[in-house]
Design a protein around this ligand. Structure first.
Ligand code: NAG
Ligand code: NAG
Ligand code: NAG
Ligand code: NAG
Length: 437
């Protein structure tokens, strides 16, 4: 049963996070409602026709809880009511627009172009690195992150401030934590990996940060670049002008852009807690990376690997987890070789392990900005697959994995984005890639 949560002295003034800050308050949890007032003083901007405060309780797709995990059936553990936005409106309070749409009335289309990192001019690269520095040093206005002493005890939950970049990295960590089913932990499953939600979840993750950077800087043309690692002999963007070189211990060079960055949720491997060090910067690890030194990940994927993975027509296949064969998703994610048959580390997973260090600690890998460029390229391959087979949300399979159902909300995003709705052309989300694969 959900009880009233007491935030005691932990309660930081007004918090608003991924969890929206305005919904991480005592009152919001007591009323089980995350329907913030928009400028017109109505919940979800309902008076202005932007959206409505929708109840999940009466929803016919309400599922019976099989788990006391707070993320299950997102966002219903926390809220019975959240905003549902109309038309081009979006955001946790319907105060923002759908991806790819801008303007106060959300009536202006804006198409951005994601390019290979090295296609950017010197000035564009400088801009990218200064925007990223800003995201790491600017406290998120709208979002807070969840930290717990013990996931079983609601009274230990606290919502704390984080920088915009750390909110982004935390979302990955949070979605990836072991599932808590009937009071036992199952680390083989999570909400963003090892299942059909994988490509769409990461697509949303990048869109979230890209949009936040656009809002923070006012630069509507900002697009996350990608790293085309196909056939790269080593990490050729791991130089101090780009993502940074490292020393023998893996620590990023002091002449690189990210040498002062520290990883939120360091020491991630505690199943019973969420991000215990979320607000203890002095205890966080510095980023590290050791490209090309892991014996069991001796090379980056090849052109042929990507070409072969794209031959897999089925988006996913039973049992829809890391054992699935004949599954494009499992091959892209990298539990399945591009031949569609051999269960072996490939594409996405292989690159994480090849790069080593923070990137190979998958739950906290989002802390290293090379994650952005890697996932932007994974998304480009996903996009090529969607285009090749004219895929639609109908390609998303029904399945029994918690949180991976076609109509489940991708966890932990606001407002609800159904997993299946992420199988659409990228242009529907306002971006395209500079070159075909
Ligand atoms: C949504 O945005 C599109 C693209 O700018 C525009 O053509 C359309 O009129 C907008 N829809 C609404 C309901 O405002
Ligand atoms: C959790 O326990 C209940 C009651 O014992 C059982 O019916 C249910 O199948 C269990 N759920 C899972 C996912 O194991
Ligand atoms: C990649 O470069 C690192 C040095 O930056 C080196 O230690 C490693 O052996 C190289 N790996 C390969 C596979 O070339
Ligand atoms: C994948 O699902 C099948 C069928 O439910 C199960 O037997 C198998 O253990 C699962 N694989 C993993 C790695 O969880």
């Amino acid at each position: 049963m959900l009880t009233i949560i007491i935030f005691l002295a932990f309660c930081l003034s007004a918090v608003d996070s991924q969890f929206p800050r305005v919904c991480a308050t005592d009152a919001a949890f007591r009323t089980r409602t995350c329907c913030p007032l928009w400028q017109d003083k109505s919940p979800c901007g309902s008076l202005s026709g932007r959206g409505r405060c929708k109840s999940w309780v009466t929803s016919k797709d309400k599922a019976t809880p099989v788990s006391n995990d707070d993320r299950f059936n997102w966002p219903r553990y926390y809220y019975d009511n959240t905003c549902e936005c109309y038309g081009n409106y979006s955001g946790f309070d319907c105060g923002d627009c759908k991806y790819g749409i801008h303007g106060g009335k959300c009536d202006r289309k804006n198409m951005i172009v994601r390019r290979e990192l090295r296609e950017l001019s010197f000035l564009e690269q400088k801009r990218l690195f200064s925007y990223l520095a800003l995201t790491k040093t600017t406290k998120s206005r709208d979002f807070v992150v969840l930290s717990t002493g013990d996931r079983f005890h609601r009274e230990t939950y606290r919502f704390v401030d984080a920088s915009l970049y750390d909110v982004f990295a935390w979302m990955h960590y949070y979605s990836m934590k072991a599932l808590m089913i009937n009071n036992t932990f199952d680390a083989t499953r999570n909400f963003a990996h090892q299942g059909p939600a994988f490509p769409g979840w990461h697509r949303l993750n990048l869109l979230f940060l890209e949009r936040q950077i656009q809002l923070m800087t006012g630069d509507e043309s900002f697009a996350i670049p990608y790293y085309d690692w196909r056939g790269d002999k080593n990490c050729s963007i791991c130089t101090d002008t780009l993502l940074g070189s490292n020393d023998a211990q893996g620590i990023l060079s002091t002449s690189s852009h990210f040498s002062f960055w520290k990883a939120i949720c360091s020491g991630f491997d505690f199943p019973d807690e969420y991000c215990p060090l979320a607000d203890a910067e002095y205890k966080m690890e510095r980023l590290h990376r050791r490209p090309g030194t892991t014996p069991y990940a001796p090379n980056l994927p090849t052109f042929e690997d990507v070409e072969n993975a794209l031959k897999l027509k089925a988006f996913d296949a039973p049992p829809f987890n890391e054992s699935a064969r004949g599954s494009f998703r499992n091959s892209l994610e990298g539990f399945l070789a591009p031949d569609g048959v051999t269960l072996k580390r490939s594409l996405h997973n292989l690159v994480h392990i090849y790069l080593g260090g923070t990137m190979s600690q998958i739950p906290i890998s989002g802390n290293d900005p090379i994650f952005l460029t890697h996932h932007s390229f994974i998304d480009k391959i996903f996009e090529a697959w969607i285009a090749k087979y004219n895929s639609t949300p109908d390609s998303y399979p029904a399945n029994d994995l918690l949180g991976h159902g076609p109509n489940d909300c991708a966890t932990p995003y606001f407002p609800c984005h159904k997993n299946k709705d992420l199988i659409r052309r990228s242009t529907e989300f306002g971006y395209r890639f500079s070159w075909p694969l």
